[in-house]
Design a protein around this ligand. Structure first.
Ligand code: GLU
Length: 511
């Protein structure tokens, strides 16, 4: 049964691609909603038109879809509380801004940018104070508190710009609870009179955010730590509107930190250390050149990406590391979200992908691998291709890396690793290999077991060095000292090809 008391929202601004920190915020909201049979809402906060980036909204929607974080309500899902794009809700905000003006909780301010700057400089020079538009200074400024009603009316009738500011109480002690940080104490004397509405007819983030959370009946605001400083203003806005009793609970999530050093994980860290910080490539438009890489295009499984993100900030309280979305929904708890930031670990991200890769049946890995086999897949039947995938999967983090591990099944080596040759190919090795060819010719039936028994018996009876024979043989077949078990390779490439490769190597590598 749906629980109408739990309604959470993810409210990104379409100012560019969604950072993985944003995806984690969406994920925690989603897990919290699903766990309580609540509703997960997607709202687009696009009131700051100067920062609007075309394509960003589509990017956000596509990212969430790829991650399996599907909104129950909101942009692209619909619902009873729409519209869910703030720029389509202008009239609603005008009405609520007026309500705050009427109740004396907000006022018009007419100061130009230059005047504000002058005030700032004068205060610094005369009193060594930094200027804040607040209770201590508002009466020295140009606003509806200091001008006559006629002056204000005239100004508003003209097309000169103005803003509406919140009238922050001069001295009120606030104690606010955060689900992650516990009690936060603030005195309103430290807060300024934030702009709520601009003369372009658009509200600022603060007003739109509070009005929408209230109208959309949001029960819990789960968002990034960067919004913690705004929490007192938001609480004061709820009070000013008389909505205190239905105020949501707040949870401010810790930051995702750089893998090395301190500070927030940024695109630059990704570029510098070679990992994506966005879920999908940006821009998504295939015709445009990629500016930033994405997890999807880097061949991460969305399940692995989500699993990795879930554990960056939340601790399950057990050793378990691999969680399906359903398991995350069942086990997630806000009490186990830490206060301090989580260091992003690109190697661990790859590790997660590997775990999901290893969970796939060989047939599935094989299907995914075909595009990376350079058209050479037809050399084998499906069963053999699947067997090859099974043999080497432990060496992969991503299926796209497969060629590096399997090329020798499809192509004979053309070069031989110099270092290995130097170390392993001794005087007489070529003739030993030529003798081995004769042994192999007689192996019948030619299969793993027969190869194993016959070759080992030949080594023993001729008192040869086991390591030397097998390393040289591997060099002949692979070109380097890598790859799965030698008899598996011999079995898959077949008797004739095995012989051909030994003949070639024995000719080329000569002492
Ligand atoms: N629009 C804000 C952002 O871009 C949302 C903050 C909030 O969730 O209140 O992050």
């Amino acid at each position: 049964m749906k629980n109408d008391n739990i309604r959470v929202r993810f409210a990104p601004s379409p100012t560019g691609p969604l950072h993985i920190g944003g995806v984690r915020t969406a994920l925690y909201n989603y897990l919290f909603a699903k766990q309580h049979n609540g509703t997960f809402i997607l709202r687009i906060e696009d009131t700051d038109r100067t920062r609007f980036v075309p394509g960003a909204q589509e990017y956000i929607i596509e990212s969430l879809r790829w991650c399996g974080i599907i909104p129950d309500e909101g942009v692209s899902a619909g619902g009873d509380f729409g519209p869910y794009i703030q720029s389509e809700r202008k009239d609603i905000y005008t009405q609520y801004a007026q309500q705050l003006l009427d109740s004396g909780n907000a006022y018009y301010a007419f100061d130009t940018a230059d005047e504000l700057e002058q005030m700032r400089e004068a205060l610094l020079k005369d009193k060594h104070e930094t200027f804040q538009y607040d209770a201590a200074h508002r009466l020295s400024m140009k606003n509806s508190l200091t001008m006559t009603a006629e002056e204000v009316e005239q100004w508003l009738k003209s097309d000169k710009p103005y803003v509406i500011r919140f009238k922050m109480p001069a001295n009120e002690q606030l104690t606010i609870n955060d689900m992650i940080r516990g009690e936060v104490h603030v005195n309103t004397a430290t807060l300024d009179d934030k702009v709520l509405f601009k003369s372009d007819g658009m509200p600022t983030y603060h007003l739109a955010n509070i009005v929408d959370d209230h109208l959309m009946k949001i029960s819990h605001v789960i968002r990034g730590e960067e919004w913690l400083p705004s929490m007192p203003l938001h609480v004061m806005l709820y009070k000013a509107f008389g909505w205190e009793s239905s105020m949501p609970e707040f949870a401010h999530l810790p930051l995702l930190l750089k893998p090395d050093g301190n500070g927030k994980l940024s695109k630059r860290d990704g570029d510098r250390l070679g990992f994506p910080v966005f879920p999908l490539r940006w821009p998504l438009d295939v015709n445009k050149e990629e500016i930033a890489s994405g997890y999807r295009e880097s061949c991460y499984y969305p399940e692995a990406f989500i699993n990795m993100l879930a554990l960056l900030g939340w601790n399950p309280g057990s050793e378990q590391e691999i969680f399906s979305m359903q398991e995350l929904i069942n086990t997630f708890s806000m009490e186990r979200v830490g206060k301090s930031g989580s260091k992003f670990d690109p190697e661990k991200a790859k590790w997660f992908n590997k775990q999901y890769l290893l969970k796939q049946p060989d047939a599935e890995i094989c299907k995914e691998a075909i595009p990376y086999l350079h058209g050479k897949e037809n050399l084998y039947d499906t069963k053999t291709l699947e067997k090859i995938c099974g043999l080497i999967k432990e060496r992969l983090h991503f299926v796209k890396e497969i060629w590096e591990q399997v090329h020798f099944f499809f192509e004979a080596p053309t070069t031989y690793d110099e270092k290995a040759v130097h170390k392993r190919w001794k005087e007489g090795t070529s003739s030993t290999m030529n003798n081995l060819i004769e042994v192999i010719k007689n192996i019948e039936p030619y299969n793993i077991n027969e190869c194993d028994t016959t070759i080992n018996a030949w080594i023993t009876s001729n008192e040869l060095n086991l390591g030397t024979v097998f390393n040289s043989l591997r060099l002949c077949l692979v070109g380097e000292l890598k790859g799965p078990h030698i008899f598996d390779i011999m079995d898959i490439i077949g008797k004739e090809e095995t012989i051909r490769r030994i003949e070639t190597a024995a000719k080329i590598i000569n002492y």
